[in-house]
Design a binder for this molecule. Structure first.
Ligand code: GLN
Length: 246
């Protein structure tokens, strides 16, 4: 078995070491004897995205999101939308998550028309939502809770019928109002969790990997790993976040 990962726009969407998520996915595949290749798509690159099973898009500042618009319009936007429609797996963080929606209107009133691949949109607020936070994933994930760090001006609103990735336990999530966090649409996993969120949330990582393997091979039995350290890290952060210590 093999999973081919494509890192979208690593040169601009690269905040907080988000790319550590790729290392985590790769390692958890290789520990199970599943081959993994990692490639990237940069501004100006033109290649068929149907060659890949799993895409990673990190976060970026407002300016960097604006810089991408032209490249998306020049063809890569259609490739990304086709890959989503085709059930390929995406992990999208913050600015990369906002990019999947219809648009992002910054607090200064600049409107970025994005892909519209998922029925959601984002409006920039005056106060940034910055916090360590926690949310509970849906039942189907079998993965429980996620701990992470959020830092965004954008308030994201999901269209009716679009499922969030989880429900906020502590912190802001999508908009600080409706208790939702992120999005789960087809095999797209969108979240505001910055930095390498996956190492301390191995259940979320495996859920994402399973989706890519199931699409490609029709089935995905991931052998259990010894997640002692990962679980201890998760539990320790969760406790601190829930107690308001961090
Ligand atoms: N520029 C977006 C916002 O502030 C995304 C930020 C990010 O990716 N951290 O909402």
């Amino acid at each position: 078995m093999q999973v081919k990962i494509c890192h979208l726009y690593p040169e601009v969407l690269n905040l907080y070491g988000d790319r550590g998520n790729i290392l985590c996915m790769r390692r958890r595949l290789e520990w199970r004897g599943i081959e993994c290749t990692v490639d990237s798509l940069r501004i100006g690159d033109r290649k068929p995205l149907s060659d890949y099973d799993l895409f990673f898009v990190g976060g970026g500042q407002d300016f960097e999101q604006e810089v991408l618009l032209e490249d998306l319009r020049a063809g890569n936007g259609e490739e990304i939308k086709a890959a989503i429609a085709d059930g390929r797996t995406f992990l999208c963080i913050c600015g990369g998550y906002q990019m999947m929606g219809h648009y992002y209107e910054t607090h200064e009133g600049v409107r970025c028309d994005f892909l519209g691949a998922i029925d959601l949109h984002t409006i920039g607020g005056e106060k940034r939502l910055i916090d360590n936070y926690a949310f509970r994933l849906s039942e189907e994930s079998g993965a429980g809770t996620v701990v992470g760090f959020e830092n965004h001006s954008g308030r994201t609103y999901l269209g009716s019928g679009v499922d969030p990735l989880g429900k906020v336990l502590r912190g802001n999530g999508n908009n600080g109002e409706d208790g939702t966090e992120g999005v789960h649409y087809k095999n797209v996993f969108g979240t505001y969790s910055h930095g390498p969120v996956l190492p301390k949330n191995p259940g979320l990582c495996d859920w994402i990997l399973r989706s890519a393997l199931e699409r490609k091979y029709g089935t995905a039995q991931l052998a259990p790993l010894d997640d002692g350290f990962e679980t201890a890290a998760h539990e320790s952060v969760l406790q601190k976040v829930m107690n308001g210590e961090i």
